[in-house]
Design a protein. Structure first.
Length: 123
C-alpha cells in the first residue's frame, strides 16, 4: 500500500475539450480551471475534472453493444430534484437516453461527448 494516496483529478477524453468543460461547469456549478495545459472544472471540495481533446475520439455506445466503443467511465451525481436536473442538463446539451433503468431513482443522460452519467435522487 502507498501511504497517503488520494485522488488527484479525473481526465476525460473527448472531441472538444472546451465544449465539454463548459457543459460540466454549467451542469455542476464548478469553477473553471486549467491544469497541465488542459481545461477543467474544480468543485469546492477540490475534485477536478480535466478534459483532453483527442482527434480520433469515438463516443461510447450506451447501452453497450458488441463490437462498438464501450463506456470507460460513468458518473452518478446526486441531485435534490431529478426531473428539474434532467431539464437543466438537456438545456446545456445533454441527451436523455432512450433506455432507462432507474425508475424514479435516477435518469441516465449522455453528455455532449457521449459519456453516460446519471442524475440520482438524494436518499
Amino acid at each position: 500500500m502507498i501511504q497517503d494516496v488520494c485522488l488527484g483529478d479525473i481526465i476525460i477524453d473527448c472531441g472538444d475539450n472546451n465544449n465539454l468543460r463548459e457543459f460540466y461547469a454549467e451542469l455542476l456549478g464548478w469553477e473553471r480551471c486549467e491544469m497541465y495545459g488542459m481545461p477543467g472544472v474544480r468543485s469546492r471540495d477540490g475534485v477536478v475534472f480535466l478534459f483532453i481533446q483527442e482527434d480520433d475520439y469515438v463516443p461510447p455506445i450506451w447501452p453497450e453493444q458488441v463490437s462498438k466503443q464501450q463506456k470507460q467511465m460513468h458518473f452518478d451525481f446526486t441531485v435534490p430534484d431529478v426531473f428539474a436536473s434532467v431539464q437543466h442538463a438537456e438545456e446545456l446539451g445533454a441527451i436523455k437516453t432512450q433506455e432507462q433503468f432507474g425508475g424514479d431513482h435516477f435518469t441516465t443522460m449522455l453528455d455532449p461527448a457521449g459519456h453516460p452519467f446519471c442524475l440520482c435522487a438524494k436518499a
